[in-house]
Design a protein around this ligand. Sequence first.
Ligand code: FE2
Length: 412
Amino acid sequence: MTATMSQAAAVQSTDPLHLIDVDHVQFYVGNAKQAAFFYAHCFGFQIEQVSDLTTGARDATHFLLTQGNIRFILTSALTAAHPAAMEVAMFGDGVKDVAFTVFDAVKAYERAIKNGAESAYEPRVFKDDTGTVTMAGIKTYGRVNHSFVSRTGAYELSKVKAGGLFKTKFKKMESGLGGGASGGGNGGIVSINEHNRKNPCGLKYVDHLVGNVELGQMNRWVKFYEDVLEFKMFMHFDDKDISTEYSALMSKVMSSGNGLIKMPINEPAAGKKKSQVQEYLDWHQNTPGVQHLALRTDDELHSIAALRARGVDFLTLPDAYYENVWKRVDAMLTQHGHTPVREDHEAIKRLGILVDADDEGYLLQLFTKPLQDRPTLFFEIICRRGAQSFGKGNFKALFEALELEQGKRGNL
Ligand code: FE2
């Protein structure tokens, strides 16, 4: 047994809430087939598997989309009785579940319940001759659940990553949706999956995931993550850090024990005009939910150029941003003995990428506009060169850009 394996075994025996990986992020959407096309065409995901009427699923369709170590499940209801139908009517498309792979989903669930969690659903086992997937879910803020997932046999996560089936009643889609039918005779049409394999966007994994909760509720949910999932507070920002003339928010960043995932939690703060967090809540039935998913890349310039070419709509910052950014970032990097930003400065400006530094290094980041009609969920594309923070130096410029968008929507 290797040292790593014995350490893993030791952790397994003592810590049921040891999170091995982000198993998947599930979205409830109005039309999973169309959403799959959107995320594949615009963000370069593989449309890898489907569970639908043809595989024996009778109440909902699920697509598995993958890129790097990111797994999205896009779910839409086939019947009015499926919960996705009502949720989409209430909240629009958005994140339903942030699921964690654990050694034993039942033990993780029982521990979380003992720690004070409310059950979303009791343990379920999906099983066939090849293996099992055990899932159990707890509720977190608003519409969102955390599922615990443990896997055996052909359904082990390492096998799913290598192309194995995600769960029972799923089947593979070699070419994704549309052209490039297998077995020849496709007239040389390149399938979306093949196109994306040849033209990767470079997204690797979920770096962090931000929740918006109601005014006065941030500390309640901080305590929830401390008590229930045994997370620690990683850093916090108050309205002095995150405010403009008009709008403000407060944020605390929770981190899983082993640092697998960071989950900042925002609440609105009072300003002259409406906080961006309040705008989210107003268009989300005053119900908390996931505001953004930050997806990690090793090459921000490549990823942003690829995503822009595919039609992704990003927040635009005024040119004046680049008049001050290098001075600010270089001063911080020099002060802490780090090398300067190595990416081409002109290209960064041309692509509209944001830069920030902290005492550990720098980061490059950029934010999409909302991904659906409602001003709710968006993505961040982030590349870290040492920095472990979240772009605090960009908050002011960014929020002014966000306010411009809010104003256009009549929500300021
Ligand atoms: Fe972020």
